[in-house]
Every structure is written in structure tokens, then in C-alpha cells.
Design a protein around this ligand. Structure first.
Ligand SMILES: NC(=O)c1ccc[n+]([C@@H]2O[C@H](COP(=O)([O-])OP(=O)(O)OC[C@H]3O[C@@H](n4cnc5c(N)ncnc54)[C@H](OP(=O)(O)O)[C@@H]3O)[C@@H](O)[C@H]2O)c1
Length: 333
């Protein structure tokens, strides 16, 4: 592939980021099973060479392993200055998603925010974090200010450039008041052919307030890749044994099959359609998302997704038809 990935602006940060980003949860290992670092580094290297400039990681991904792999590969390729790396502060109480009634002093107290930021700075081997995100969110925390004051102090100290929040699964409207508050520069949210809910209220409001949108889980953890079957068995240690347990896998495969009308006219596969659904989405003719971050542990997936991102977009007619395939459910519970 010779054409480079296209770029978009990450909201009011003004940062130019590749519209296809790299979701780096899986390469950290942990819930995804034993990581294969050589395979992961080859995937990262390939992404960098193809023009991916946005990487989403977290301190929690393999206890910093994902952050360290990104830092090593970016350094080896001599590209630290040209990429944007977003990371996240894990909840101190280790609860994903956040309980709405969890007091923020148990989840993101001041000393925890500082300690985690320092750890990520060491793992990423840099002087400042491009984007520091809270890894969970409860709207009740808008009534508190210690967390935002602490993050702003870290910004003033030059350790963080921009602030973001990664929202709880399938709860985009939890962020509406947060957007209005003006406290964050970017939000990370699930957006895919099944969960289209951010398009109703969050995307128009984020656009109005110039808040960047990082769209995660474009493939519904594999459900929208078109490669799962009713009898797929996930490897031992892969958390998706739980996510797709019981009737869920069969239901997902049937729903994914019903979306195959999107394939054709230059759209190679369901995975291609799933990625282009996110990239093609518009609010008032402007892209709704700044970057989409599929999880990728393998070079083949990096190559395919880079190719898919280059187009063509889904037609307006297909985008309209896709609306009726939205599926409200929460398999993360
Ligand atoms: N709470 C949070 O903040 C939160 C939660 C979830 C995710 N995230 C972020 O969002 C990113 C994406 O989410 P995710 O990784 O959970 O889910 P996802 O992107 O919906 O799906 C990832 C799965 O799709 C597979 N895949 C990728 N490209 C493919 C292709 N072209 N064809 C077939 N299969 C393909 C991956 O395989 P391989 O891994 O084998 O390449 C992996 O199994 C994460 O990596 C992380 O950065 C954040």
C-alpha cells in the first residue's frame, strides 16, 4: 500500500491524528491472554510505517506493558515526535465500569491521579502525555473539582497536554454535561454498527463544543468482523469467552450476517463496512469522530484496516439502512 492514512483534527486540541488509530488493549495481554510481543511489535511497526499516528493505550493494559511496547516501537522507528499517544488512569477501586454512586475519592483521588500519571510517563519514556484520560466515568463526579484541579495542575506542570475521559460502555449520554462543562478536550466512546447511540445526542453536542471523539470497539470485540461463527471457541484466557457466552455468540453472528448487504461496491468485507460505518458518519456534513481505534494485535489486521480506512465510504443510502440494525444490549455486564 502506498497511499498514506488520512488525518483528522482531534477536536479543540488541534492535534492532527490519523483517522485510523491503533487500539492497544490487546497487545498488553491480561484479559486477552498471553501477549506475543514480537507479533505486537511487528503490528505496531507496520502501523507506523503505513501512517497511523494515533495510539490508544492505558496504564491498566498489562500493567503498563502496552504503554512500554508502544514506547519501544515508536523510539525504534524514530517517530516519537510525530505520533499522538493517549493513555488512561485506571480507577483506584479497579471497578470497570464505574458505579454511578461510587464516590470519586475512591476512584480518582488526587494522589492516585499523580502516581498513575508519573507511571505512564515512565512507561512511555516521555516528558509529557499527549492525552491523559480517566478510564471510567460517572456523571456525579461533575459536582467535585479535586480531580479536574489535579489534572489541570499536571497540565500546568507540563506533564499532560490534553484531558479526556473514556466513557463507560454504552453510556454516551453520561457525558453530555461533561461536554457542556468545557473540562475535557476529548471523549472516548463505543460507536459501531450495533451501538449507534452516541449519534443521537453526544456527537452533535461534542461537535458544537469542539470536543474530539475517539470511537472505540468498531468491531464489537470481533462480533462485527464477519469471521466469528456460531461454533467459534475463544482461546483459554481470552475474556471474550464471557462476552460471547451462551446465546450471545449465535445472536451476534445472526445480526452480523444481516449486515452483509453492506459488502460490495468496493466494500470488501463486513469488517471493512464496520470500519467505514464509523469513518463515514457525519454530523452537519462534518465527520462525527476524530479517529477510530480498532484493537489490533496482528500485522495482517493492521494492513487490512489501513486499506479499509482508505475507502470508499459507505453510501448515504447504506448509512441510512444501517440505522435499523442498531442493537441495544450490554454484553460487558
Ligand atoms: N473502557 C475503555 O476505555 C476501553 C474499553 C475497550 C476498548 N478500549 C480501546 O478501544 C480499542 C478497541 O477495542 P477492542 O480492541 O476491545 O475491540 P474491537 O476493536 O471492536 O475488536 C478487536 C478485535 O477485532 C479483531 N480485528 C481487528 N481488525 C480486524 C480485521 N481487519 N479483521 C478481522 N478481525 C479484526 C482483533 O483481532 P487481533 O487482536 O487478533 O488483531 C480483535 O480480536 C482497544 O484496543 C482500546 O484501545 C477502551
Amino acid at each position: 500500500m502506498t497511499t498514506r492514512i488520512r488525518s483528522r483534527t482531534l477536536g479543540r486540541t488541534g492535534l492532527t491524528v490519523s483517522e485510523l488509530g491503533f487500539g492497544a488493549w490487546g497487545i498488553g495481554g491480561g484479559l486477552w491472554g498471553n501477549p506475543d510481543d514480537a507479533v505486537a511489535k511487528s503490528a505496531l511497526k507496520n502501523a507506523l510505517q503505513l501512517g497511523v499516528t494515533f495510539f490508544d493505550t492505558a496504564l491498566a493494559y498489562g500493567d503498563g506493558h502496552s504503554e512500554r511496547l508502544i514506547a519501544e516501537t515508536v523510539r525504534d522507528e524514530g517517530l516519537r515526535r510525530t505520533v499522538t499517544i493517549a493513555t488512561k488512569i485506571p480507577p483506584k477501586n479497579r471497578e470497570w465500569p464505574a458505579r454511578h454512586d461510587a464516590p470519586i475519592r475512591e476512584v480518582f483521588p488526587k494522589d492516585w491521579i499523580i502516581t498513575c500519571t508519573e507511571k505512564s510517563l515512565r512507561n512511555l519514556d516521555c516528558d509529557f502525555l499527549d492525552l491523559q484520560q480517566l478510564h471510567v466515568w460517572s456523571p456525579a463526579w461533575l459536582a467535585e473539582t479535586e480531580w479536574i484541579d489535579t489534572l489541570r495542575d499536571l497540565q500546568l506542570a507540563g506533564k499532560i497536554r490534553y484531558l479526556g475521559v473514556s466513557l463507560n460502555d454504552h453510556e454516551p449520554d453520561d457525558a453530555l454535561d461533561l461536554v457542556r462543562s468545557g473540562w475535557v478536550d476529548a471523549l472516548q466512546v463505543i460507536f459501531n454498527l450495533f451501538d449507534q447511540s452516541p449519534a443521537t445526542r453526544l456527537f452533535p453536542l461534542a461537535q458544537e463544543h469542539h470536543v474530539g471523539i475517539i470511537a472505540r470497539c468498531p468491531f464489537d470485540e470481533g462480533g462485527l468482523t464477519g469471521i466469528l461463527r456460531g461454533d467459534t471457541v475463544f482461546p483459554r484466557g481470552d475474556w471474550r469467552r464471557e462476552y460471547f457466552k451462551g446465546e450471545r455468540l449465535g445472536d451476534t453472528v445472526r445480526r452480523a450476517e444481516a449486515l452483509k448487504f453492506l459488502v460490495g461496491d468496493g466494500i470488501e468485507s463486513l469488517a471493512h463496512a464496520a470500519l467505514q460505518f464509523v469513518l463515514s458518519h457525519r454530523v452537519l456534513s462534518e465527520p462525527s469522530v476524530s479517529t477510530v481505534i480498532p484493537g489490533m494485535r496482528r500485522r495482517e489486521h493492521v494492513e487490512a484496516n489501513c486499506r479499509y480506512s482508505l475507502g470508499p465510504p459507505l453510501s448515504a443510502d447504506d448509512m441510512e439502512r444501517a440505522k435499523s440494525h442498531a442493537w441495544a444490549r450490554n454484553f460487558y455486564d
